[in-house]
Design a protein around this ligand. Structure first.
Ligand SMILES: C=C(O[C@H]1C=CC=C(C(=O)O)[C@@H]1O)C(=O)O
Ligand SMILES: [Mg+2]
Length: 467
């Protein structure tokens, strides 16, 4: 069946179902630099793009344009609402592809705010409670092979020549990407760097420690903000470039919405779903990198045996293991943590895997897992409630699930830490840390200062002021 026949079929289906039908066509293409493709949308699609790269670079996704948006400022039942809307579209979708490769074809990309019960502020007004969109053009590089998807929503009255135009535009974007010559990024002077209320933050940490010692609260993650102001607007591509270079083992993401974008390099996976195979990661407990290999090694060994950090980590392992057991037939967790090292910091890390039952969706997994005690605390509800009351910043999408799912329900979500919200020439950076009984405000403060470094470095901020 050729494309026109398929489109015709989609239009008939739209009439029958009395709703728009998702049309998706995938083509295998030659290798393309994902950042060049991202840049090819500079002129026409700023505000409507996303970038995603997993640590192993098995899945690299670039979305340009959007054909449908799932967004709300407030929603009690957000995971289920999105899942149902996506399933309904997929059920009637008209998908043309030769091979069933995860991450190609119809795809929903986006994220949630940390806490849907927190009143949303002006800072995050472009994102809301949750924001997902289906890209118009999607470049997927899956296990080293590139694919280009065109998506469209077809109504029964649509003029099908619209798609011929999209096809032409796709070729123009590809052509631009292939000929893209990277210019050296112009120097963007940092004018101001403000740490938001550091002393108050330390006081809050101290009162949280007291609360942990005297109540049933075991752990709470408290975050703080650093605000940067530059001479001129901060473009996403050079920042992505630096993140990809400096944090190659992290999830690199950028999510544009209108005039703002949310960008980061997170070392933490929330969940990956491939068929019924699930994986998740426990990442909590931190120490600095050493200046020499010996010092680094010593710091790593210290972390692996430090009681405070092991307890901080163990709360995360127990919760994730338990959450996975509610949706999986089988869950595997190694006996003890290993080290995960990134450029600026090392963490205790325990991977978790499992086989879920057929009826479980990736949104069910996200709902069960978010927020883990690496982002919220323990007990979960109490910790989230206290974060809502104690923190002066608005987390928005910071420390929240961000990622993708495809038409088969495969997908992956990372936890959006080591991240910044960029608005014109300003950026808000966020970093938090797990407070437990034996925490000390000053060392937790230093830990958050280290966690700002990946974004400070990628944006060109001043590293010395916070180290
Ligand atoms: C909340 C953050 O880090 C979490 C992830 C790894 C280690 C953490 C810690 O040791 O406190 C945090 O739980 C952040 O980077 O903003
Ligand atoms: Mg910590």
């Amino acid at each position: 069946m050729n494309i026109m026949e398929n489109l015709h079929k989609a239009r008939v289906a739209a009439k029958e179902t009395n709703s728009s039908v998702l049309f998706s066509e995938v083509t295998k293409i030659g290798m393309l630099d994902p950042l060049s493709f991202y840049q090819s949308g500079n002129e026409s699609y700023t505000g409507d793009r996303f970038f995603w790269q997993d640590p192993k670079k098995e899945t690299v996704l670039v979305g340009i344009g959007k054909i449908d948006v799932f967004q709300s400022s407030h929603n009690q039942n957000r995971y289920n609402t999105i899942e149902q809307r996506w399933e309904k579209l997929i059920d009637h979708a008209c998908i043309i592809k030769n091979q069933d490769v995860p991450g190609t074809g119809p795809l929903l990309f986006g994220g949630f705010s940390f806490d849907s019960a927190k009143n949303s502020s002006l800072l995050w007004d472009q994102f809301g409670d949750h924001l997902f969109y289906i890209p118009k053009y999607l470049l997927s590089i899956i296990d080293g092979q590139a694919y280009l998807t065109i998506n469209a929503l077809i109504d029964h009255e649509d003029d099908l020549s619209l798609l011929t135009e999209s096809d032409k535009e796709k070729d123009e974007l590809l052509e631009k990407a292939l000929n893209y010559v990277e210019q050296p990024a112009a120097q963007n002077e940092l004018l101001e760097q403000i740490e938001v209320c550091p002393e108050e933050w330390k006081d809050t940490v101290q009162s949280a420690i007291n609360e942990i010692r005297t109540t049933d609260l075991d752990k709470i993650v408290l975050a703080r903000e650093t605000r940067l102001r530059f001479q001129s607007d901060i473009s996403p591509a050079p920042v992505l470039n630096r993140l990809a270079r400096e944090q190659p083992t992290s999830f690199i993401f950028c999510y544009e919405s209108g005039s703002d974008y949310f960008i980061g390099a997170s070392p933490e996976q929330l969940v990956k779903k491939n068929g019924t195979t699930l994986s998740s990661a426990c990442l909590a407990g931190s120490i600095a990198r050493g200046k020499t290999a010996e010092e680094d090694d010593l710091l790593g060994k210290t972390l692996l045996h430090d009681q405070k950090n092991l307890i901080e980590h163990q709360y995360v392992v127990s919760m994730i293991k338990h959450a996975m057991e509610t949706i999986c037939r089988k869950v595997s967790v190694p006996d003890g943590p290993e080290l995960m090292k990134t450029k600026h910091i090392q963490h205790l890390y325990t991977p978790v895997s499992g086989e879920c039952t057929e009826d479980i969706s990736i949104f069910d997994c996200v709902e069960k897992l978010h927020p883990t005690p690496a982002m919220g605390g323990l007990p979960k509800e109490k910790a989230v409630e206290r974060i809502r009351e104690l923190e002066i910043l608005e987390r928005g999408f910071y420390a929240s699930p961000i990622g993708w799912t495809d038409g088969k329900g495969n997908g992956e979500f990372a936890v959006a830490i080591r991240s910044a919200l960029v608005q014109g020439n300003e950026a808000s950076l966020f970093a938090g840390c797990g407070i437990v009984e034996d925490s000390e405000p000053e060392s937790e403060y230093i830990e958050t200062a280290i966690k700002f470094k990946p974004m400070l470095s990628a944006l060109g901020g001043n590293l010395h002021a916070t180290s």
